[in-house]
Design a protein around this ligand. Sequence first.
Ligand code: HEC
Length: 138
Amino acid sequence: MMRLQTTIMTMAATLALAACVEREAPTGAEDFATFCAACHGTSGRGNGPAAVGLDRKPADLTGLSARNGGAFPGTAVMAKIWGYTGASPGGRVDGSPMPEFGPLLQGDLVPYDGGDGTQTPTPVRLVQIAEYLRLLQE
Ligand code: HEC
């Protein structure tokens, strides 16, 4: 009997942990929907509802590779979304209305090679978004 109770409690704890981990680690698609789609649109074409009020039109993210001679510009994409260009007190130095994405910077660092052969330790959720953008390419 004790054995069964222990097993059930262990299972419950495992499930609770799984639910927790799931909540803390959204997929690239989920993060895109949460942090990017307002401006870039759910399909990434740059036509999200928040695009209307912006001076600069959100980029069509389905054409990143096409605009880069057919190669996915992983390093440039990562630079953009990591937002390190904007880490100055006056906001982003590149004049972009894109916010920085604090929650996306939390979590593990994983090696990311955006195509230039350099492995850079990069927040895993940013890597997932970049991989999601790669899938959107037409
Ligand atoms: C507040 C609106 C807004 C949000 C939210 C936003 N963007 Fe943008 N984004 C823009 C605008 C406007 C541009 C075009 C001007 C520029 O390059 O800054 C842009 C440009 C980009 C570019 C450069 C495209 C190119 O052709 O060089 C990438 C990549 C990008 N966004 C990815 C993302 C991702 C990924 C997210 C979510 C994590 C996101 N953006 C969230 C407004 C936004």
